[in-house]
Design a binder for this molecule. Structure first.
Ligand code: ASP
Length: 341
């Protein structure tokens, strides 16, 4: 039987970092050299190729151009490879996995983001398990078709839907959570695939990549004591087209008249505002409390149970796709890649 072809895409992150001799800080290193130090990869039952960013980065430096780079690499290897593993720093991995989930239209192959909390050369590293299992998951096939046909994120024994994840811990090996969607695969003695939670299999629609993202967007998190000047200065940001408003609990905000008036004026001027909860789990339910009734009346977009990471990248993607302002709210409130209810 033909071996599956997997492409490893190294963008940077702790997984491939080494300690700077002088300062002791971790910095990106030539991944090809490091790969040679993982003889375990030879034992896997698939063929592995790798591509690396010319200048690997700490993922705190990631921007929309890097997402286009990752998407373009996948695009140019889509026919020749059966699955993709993207090695990426964990800090912004949930943003990147969310962005890629929108950019890769009609994706019918696995794209698995992974990384690690300790460098691959470290004695106690979590990198080897994350890397090896991600490759095995990307290589899973059933009746000649990929088992996973979406963008996932694998960390510490669990594969999640990428656009459902959030980094929740800067120290633990279990760095990610997906509170509003269960894991797609769990790794124990066996790989347990939860078919019922996977994205539906794709009909034969042509795969293509959307490379236009608009980053005229912002995130504003409410806090008690939040004042009008701050709100005004954000809403008056030149060229701002969309805002993720991180509200309390089930989508609640203060009922102060200045807040509602400022939001109303901004919406009138054409700003798209999405209500997303600050909680890591659960959903916005506009109108459940008096404190969200006004937002509902303003026709603010309901972010339901979407994460902030998936919301901000969805805005960039929809703005880049030139969706008309009439349909913007309806399209945002529709689940495009399983990112919301
Ligand atoms: N700062 C690193 C990064 O995100 C952390 C990691 O790799 O997990 O690139």
């Amino acid at each position: 039987m033909k071996k599956t072809n997997i492409l490893l895409i190294y963008t940077g992150g702790t997984i491939g970092m080494v300690k700077d001799y002088d300062s002791g800080a971790l910095k990106a290193f030539n991944f090809k050299k490091l790969l040679k130090n993982i003889p375990e990869l030879e034992q896997l039952d698939c063929h592995i190729d790798s591509v690396s960013f010319k200048n690997p980065i700490d993922s705190s430096n990631i921007n929309t151009d890097h997402w286009i780079d990752i998407a373009s690499i996948i695009e140019s290897h889509y026919e020749s490879h059966d699955g993709f593993v993207v090695l990426h720093g964990s800090d912004t991995m949930s943003y990147s996995a969310s962005a890629l989930s929108y950019m890769l239209e009609n994706l019918a192959k696995p794209v698995i983001f992974t990384g690690s909390q300790l460098p691959i050369g470290d004695l106690r590293t979590d990198a080897k398990e994350n890397l090896i299992t991600s490759i095995q998951i990307a290589a899973l096939q059933k009746k000649g078709k990929a088992v996973i046909q979406e963008v996932g994120l694998y960390f510490e024994y669990k594969l999640y839907r990428g656009n459902r994840t959030t980094k929740i811990n800067a120290e633990h090996f279990e760095a990610f959570a997906s509170l509003n969607h269960p894991p797609l695969v769990e790794s124990g003695v066996h790989l347990k695939v939860y078919d019922e939670y996977l994205a539906p299999k794709k009909r034969k629609r042509k795969f293509f990549v959307r490379k236009s993202l608009d980053n005229n967007v912002a995130i504003l998190k409410l806090f008690p004591g939040f004042n009008q000047n701050l709100l005004k200065s954000v809403l008056e940001t030149p060229n701002l087209k969309a805002l993720v408003l991180e509200t309390y609990g089930a989508g609640n905000a203060p009922t102060e008249s200045w807040l509602i008036a400022e939001l109303k004026t901004a919406i009138k001027k054409g700003l798209h505002i999405v209500n997303v909860t600050q909680c890591s789990g659960g959903s916005v339910i506009m109108g459940q409390y008096e404190t969200s009734e006004q937002l509902q009346k303003l026709q603010i977009i309901n972010g339901k149970d979407i994460t902030t990471e998936a919301a901000i990248t969805k805005l960039m993607y929809l703005l880049g796709s030139n969706i008309s302002s009439k349909t913007f709210k309806t399209i945002f409130e529709t689940s495009l890649r399983g990112e919301m209810q």
